[in-house]
Ligand binder design. Structure first.
Ligand SMILES: [Fe+2]
Length: 116
């Protein structure tokens, strides 16, 4: 089995609540970017005891082409919402990739070119 075998596709059923949305906001007074990952761009994914987003991992592609794990979150389902934020250095990454895991619907991903 390979990772691409288990990744859900952007066109798969349930994408509205599972594809992680990545947004980047530049701090006007510092050299940081605030990155937000929310699972479900159009409708936030549910968070119940049985059905929730367990993992949100954010990877970055550096300007040198190296892929690094920026951060990873292990969420608890009943009381957490599937939205996380992290600050990164401005100009550190050319691309961001979010990989998430739903306890019922599997592994989803999305990427964003960082152009500032
Ligand atoms: Fe789900």
């Amino acid at each position: 089995m390979k990772l691409q075998d288990i990744l859900k596709k952007q066109e798969d059923e349930g994408r509205e609540k599972h594809v992680p949305g990545i947004t980047v906001v530049e701090c006007s007074s510092c050299r940081e970017l605030m990155v937000t990952v929310q699972v479900g761009r159009e409708v936030m994914h549910p968070s119940t005891q049985e059905h929730y987003i367990r993992l949100i991992n954010l990877f970055g592609r550096t300007k040198e082409g190296k892929t690094v794990l920026i951060t990873g979150f292990n969420l608890e389902g009943q009381y957490s919402l599937p939205r996380v934020k992290v600050s990164v250095k401005k100009e550190a990454y050319s691309e961001l990739l979010a990989v998430t895991y739903c306890t019922l619907h599997g592994v989803w991903e999305n990427s964003l070119d960082v152009k500032l």
